[in-house]
Design a protein around this ligand. Structure first.
Ligand code: MG
Length: 182
């Protein structure tokens, strides 16, 4: 097992090994079908009451996509688009929780322990606040973690650009994983 140089490795016991991962996703928002090409608004696996929804090949859950990519990034695995191509028929309308489950399985298989995830959702409407805690709890459930290890923050884009005009949703996620040194 690799041990990167650190003063503690000289003066005391080695530090646990850490990995940080960043995930980002954006989906265009359109009126929900049949009025437009939008799918029903699902975020973090939670259905939201909304006249607009994400355009996407899967269920379009930008938060689960960013979280999945953050974990895959931390462990140096191929990204979500490589693992689950938007050209594959089996991914059409697919529940994005299945993408996250694959990333979690890979991380666990490599011996990585989940520390925390911090998620920032940038969305003009529908408003995130009524479902924020439900989303947080659902992410914790999907990750098999206590809710204290998962945070969800909501922001608007101050009416500026496509996100601010309500034409897209944007999500950033940072995760930290750890592995004990033996
Ligand atoms: Mg996506």
């Amino acid at each position: 097992m690799s041990r990167y140089p650190h003063p503690s490795a000289v003066d005391g016991p080695p530090l646990p090994e850490f990995r940080v991962g960043h995930g980002y996703d954006l989906h265009r928002l359109e009126p929900v079908a049949p009025a437009g090409a939008g799918r029903p608004m699902i975020l973090g696996g939670v259905r939201m009451d909304s006249a607009v929804g994400p355009v996407g090949h899967s269920d379009g859950d930008a938060l689960l996509h960013a979280l999945t990519d953050a974990i895959l990034g931390a462990i140096g695995q191929p990204d979500i688009g490589q693992l689950f191509p938007d050209t594959a028929p089996e991914n059409d309308g697919r529940d994005s929780a299945e993408f996250l489950a694959e990333a979690v399985k890979r991380a666990r298989g490599m011996g990585w322990l989940f520390c925390n995830a911090d998620c920032t959702v940038i969305l003009e409407r529908p408003k995130l606040s009524p479902v924020k805690q439900e989303i947080r709890a659902n992410l914790a459930r999907l990750l098999g973690q206590d809710v204290s290890r998962v945070n969800v923050k909501g922001k608007t884009h101050e009416k500026v650009d496509a996100v601010g005009e309500g034409r897209a949703i944007e999500v950033h996620v940072v995760v930290m994983l750890a592995k004990e040194l033996h």
